[in-house]
Design a protein around this ligand. Structure first.
Ligand SMILES: *[C@@H]1O[C@H](CO)[C@@H](O)[C@H](O)[C@H]1NC(C)=O
Ligand SMILES: *[C@@H]1O[C@H](CO)[C@@H](O)[C@H](O)[C@H]1NC(C)=O
Ligand SMILES: *[C@@H]1O[C@H](CO)[C@@H](O)[C@H](O)[C@H]1NC(C)=O
Ligand SMILES: *[C@@H]1O[C@H](CO)[C@@H](O)[C@H](O)[C@H]1NC(C)=O
Ligand SMILES: *[C@@H]1O[C@H](CO)[C@@H](O)[C@H](O)[C@H]1NC(C)=O
Length: 516
């Protein structure tokens, strides 16, 4: 965790610096209907040819690829558009229909084998009513390199070097097809089981950054094998899935590039990277915000003021109970939902939270111990959530539901126990941590960072079918770090404030701490 904390923001800064130049300085080629794009392709194998293009509405464009070096066995030609879909085809006829000679989408590619041909052609069609900005990419490989998607069994085209990315509200599923061993002068790919190793990497863009330049920078940095390994983080698969599939937690509104690498002996080749914001900023901008309705926004703002008040005036034993009660209420609302309605869910959650609050307040008068017990449970639950949020991807056992919930409960019990045996410290400490988190949470929603997922990930784990396979690795960026620092400072401030009076005045821990 700590290495990632420092590494990711640094990489992001470096990437933005170096690649902005590539993306900005290369001239954008404007293509009209009937344009022929001449690509002279004398690239060394493994390096990427990158050209930014802009395609006029409703137009067909031809790509003539010439001057391919004799070393080249095949080229992975790719088109990356921003949000809009286009068609890339081997033949002009197949541009207008679904066929096994063309692909449709926004991160697509085809494999071409120039062989002895002087010139190879590809056809591109934009049937949107808008200009579409795109990156045209070509990466040549020699005949020792494995062939990405060479052993395709499921996608339309015979060889399928691209990834399929399907995103919904909670997960992003990335699929690629198996690679074949190198062509070695044969005409057809040769498919031997498990001969070619597959690795999948991921890289986040900045949170809530939907600019087209950032998108192109992200793609540019995940094209060649070398760049992918340097800039991405490797994602281990879950045993229960095919090795060709990864499931990711949807960090809504944070762009993410998914790139696969095929390895055979000393040679490797990269697939066409896939991409998702886990929402559609262009078609449905509101899908990229988690709080779109008025009522959840008001609740969120209210959360900040309750947190602030508790930090300044606390400690309140009931704050953690109220918080956890609301989370439990939300899980119940989510799990039993007929239709997705955030306002209704939050209303149910709040009602249950307030019921918990009232119950503990009543009980604490007659039986203070129960309040303390509840508090320890909250602390246990919260820290188990934090542990899931921070769990490293290499820890594959987390994908097994039995083991996961056993560990979760074990951690819960241990922390609950530790809290219980250290009441004089743990009471003010937990009240401080929860109150400060309640202050940070609305800011986190507003600025689009990832700390809310400490709770959301566990709610998803409880309510979303298939979520156990998801990789939860959160983005750790400047905003997240700022909020972690603020959270720590608020909590420290509150803790010192609660702790000092009870020390200096030697008051018994019972009375001043329970202010409710
Ligand atoms: C073809 O590639 C060579 C280098 O391999 C280069 O010198 C030449 O200019 C290229 N031809 C065209 C038409 O771009
Ligand atoms: C592109 O290829 C086509 C078909 O071979 C050819 O007719 C055309 O002249 C080429 N265009 C250019 C600009 O070389
Ligand atoms: C692109 O195609 C996908 C499915 O193939 C679709 O979900 C998406 O809405 C399309 N995007 C646009 C901008 O039309
Ligand atoms: C592609 O589709 C055509 C007809 O739709 C079919 O005849 C042909 O066998 C298919 N080719 C492959 C490689 O699947
Ligand atoms: C890989 O490269 C190393 C040295 O660079 C060489 O010793 C080894 O034989 C190579 N392996 C294969 C399978 O080519």
């Amino acid at each position: 965790m700590s290495r990632r904390l420092i590494r990711d923001p640094l990489i992001l800064l470096l990437l933005v610096g170096s690649s902005l130049a590539v993306v900005k300085n290369t001239k954008t080629l404007s293509l009209k209907d009937g344009s022929v794009l001449q690509v002279s392709f004398s690239h060394p194998t493994g390096d990427a040819y990158i050209q930014r293009i802009s395609i006029a509405p409703a137009s067909n464009v031809t790509c003539n690829i010439t001057n391919v070096s004799s070393e080249t066995s095949f080229i992975i030609a790719q088109i990356h558009t921003y949000q809009y879909n286009v068609t890339l085809s081997y033949t002009e006829d197949d541009l207008n229909k679904v066929s096994n000679n063309s692909v449709f989408g926004s991160n697509i590619g085809l494999l071409i084998r120039p062989g002895l041909n002087i010139m190879t052609q590809l056809y591109l069609k934009n049937d949107n009513v808008h200009h579409v900005d795109a990156l045209l990419v070509g990466i040549p490989y020699n005949d020792k390199a494995p062939v990405p998607g060479g052993c395709n069994m499921e996608f339309n085209t015979k060889i399928a070097p691209y990834a399929k990315v399907v995103a919904d509200d909670t997960t992003v599923v990335v699929d690629v097809q198996p690679a074949s061993i190198p062509f070695n002068n044969t005409a057809q790919p040769i498919c031997e089981k498990n001969k070619v190793e597959l690795e999948i990497y991921q890289m986040f863009l900045s949170e809530q950054d939907f600019t087209i330049d950032s998108y192109f920078i992200g793609i540019t940095n995940m094209l060649t094998v070398e760049d992918i390994i340097q800039n991405g983080r490797k994602i281990s698969g879950s045993q229960a899935l095919t090795p060709m599939r990864r499931v990711f937690n949807a960090y809504t509104g944070t762009g993410s590039v998914y790139a696969a690498v095929a390895k055979y002996g000393n040679y490797s080749a990269s697939y066409v990277p896939g991409f998702s914001y886990a929402c559609s900023p262009l078609l449905y901008p509101e899908s990229c915000q988690l709080l779109t309705e008025i009522f959840p926004r008001l609740v969120c703002a209210g959360c900040f003021f309750v947190g602030l008040w508790a930090v300044l005036r606390g400690p309140f034993l009931s704050i953690p109970t109220f918080f956890t009660g609301t989370v439990i209420g939300y899980v119940i609302a989510e799990a039993s939902k007929g239709s997705y309605n955030p306002s209704a869910n939050i209303a149910i959650a709040l009602t249950i939270g307030i019921t918990f609050l009232l119950l503990t307040m009543c009980c604490s008068i007659t039986w203070p111990l129960i309040n303390k017990l509840l508090l320890t449970f909250n602390v246990g639950f919260f820290f188990a959530c934090v542990a899931y949020f921070c769990s490293p991807d290499e820890f594959l056992l987390v994908h097994n539901s039995w083991i996961f919930w056993t560990l979760f409960i074990l951690l819960f019990v241990i922390i609950t126990f530790l809290t219980a045996i250290s009441f004089p410290v743990s009471l003010p400490a937990s009240s401080a941590i929860f109150s400060a988190y309640m202050m940070i949470l609305p800011l986190d929603y507003y600025f689009g960072s990832a700390l809310k997922y400490i709770i959301i990930n566990v709610i998803r784990r409880m309510t979303v079918k298939g979520f156990e396979q998801a990789v939860v690795l959160p983005p750790v960026q400047a905003k997240d770090i700022t909020f972690i620092v603020m959270w720590t400072l608020f909590a420290l401030y509150a803790f010192v404030k609660y702790w000092l009076p009870s020390k200096t005045f030697g008051v018994s821990e019972e009375t001043p701490l329970i202010s409710e």
